[in-house]
Design a protein around this ligand. Sequence first.
Ligand code: AMP
Length: 544
Amino acid sequence: MQSTMQDVPLLISQILDYGTSVHANAEVVTWTAQGPRRSSYAQVGRDCARLANALRSLGIDADQRVGTFMWNNEEHLELYLTVPSMGAVLHALNIRLFPEQLVYIARHAQDQVVVVDDSLAAVLARLLPQLPDVRHVVVNGPVPDDVRTALGASGAAVHDYRELLDAQSEQFDWPQLDERTAAAMCYTSGTTGNPKGVVYSHRSNVLHAMQLCLPNALGVAQGDRLLAVVPMFHANAWGLPYGALLAGASLVLPDRFLQAEPLATMIEVERCTAGAAVPTIWTDLLRHLDEHPQIDTSSLGRVIVGGSACPPALMRAFQERHQITVLHAWGMTEMSPLGTVAVPPSGVTGEEAWRYRETQGRLVPSVQARLVGPDGSAMPWDGESVGELQVKGPWITGSYYLDDDGSSFEDGWLRTGDVGTLTPGGYLRLTDRAKDVIKSGGEWISSVDLENILMGHPKVKEASVVGVPDERWGERPLATIVLLAGEELTVTELTEYLAERVAKWQVPERWAFIDEVPKTSVGKFDKKAIRASYANGLLDVRSA
Ligand code: AMP
């Protein structure tokens, strides 16, 4: 029997139309050196129509890729909404990658137009000679003549974003597309091999945005003023631009002002109610707020933390010292990215609630999961059996764009490369990335567990633990420690602290004090770089 329901495709243009009319008065605030620059969703809607006409005039009339090389700002939001809605494919380039990786990605995706922020134009100009597919560069903001000349030197036509839009009509008929066609693409930020492309569909992005807003997920709602720190080039911007438009939440976009001080000002001045970023951003903010108790953060109810494991000490410090709830979430570029959110079950309070909040979270609806043990067998969801997590769902990629050797997929499931446990209630606790697990004498040591405990020490700012070769045990943990400014600690003190909290055989013999843990392009601990420093004898390694 067929249903009687209308077969209406799920399209980004519906999010655009809905958000910019129903929530016309919601705000988009972009931070600048002079303070906030304001716009409304209604104004964004008019700009999107103009932008679509402008891109048509540049020859974007099918599924060509439109690249962005931008911070989080109003214009980037307009591109997020417009490019897919007109049937083209948005490709947000990760501005922090090395030039050779950027060239690889932009060529692989065959970007034809690149929209670039004025502050990043000089960087893009250096890449353009190697990007023959790029026919047009659109610059957002004023740039000096020499930068403009450099942008055009390889033959691309150079335009100004606002001038281009000003010349266009505010009317555009968004096409009726097949919901399964490509809307946007993102490349993984993995540290091994070439980045791999993931292509989101209209359907996957709309379903993801709807679920993102559920109260048991990120709970994005009207009245929220969401400080979206997570870069729009990281993992589909965590779905926040689409979720915000659907819910009618205002967006506060930090542009290039990502240090703790301006972020604290944004929270105070813009009365942000929620924020989203990787743990390192919140670690810096916490210190800043501790040092400046006069800053008013009373509007900020919750911050969403994902991208890497959130140290429990960070969550508790925000709650206890600033009454801000840290909501831990897990996901991947391949998953659009949302997989789990650590909202405790109803009725659970106190320390028991904390145990749930410190996990990666509960699977969100539509994300199916299984745990696969080392011998390939399914592991039980008992909160103890450890396995590799595999996932399936309507916003999870089934392959990589063009170059896919199939090794990341098994019977239609995505192998996440993450290792951990699941409880009967669907709460995920990650113990490691498969490649970061430390295999010591046949036993596994969780680098994440050791890091979380070390980062709970009141004098430790950051701690990263990696496995290094060891003649006797095969591998042993090496702990690299960043102390808080002005603090002192000895290896003996750290060893004793850890020995009180984990099994003795897990305590590292190798320690190094460093100024800063190296970070990847999206702000995660770069364990590959630490291993390389160790291998090259660049660390001052001590033992107790
Ligand atoms: P990316 O696609 O760059 O965001 O990387 C995805 C990977 O980041 C996941 O497979 C995890 O290894 C890691 N990750 C993301 N969120 C978390 C989290 N909450 N806790 C631990 N690891 C995380």
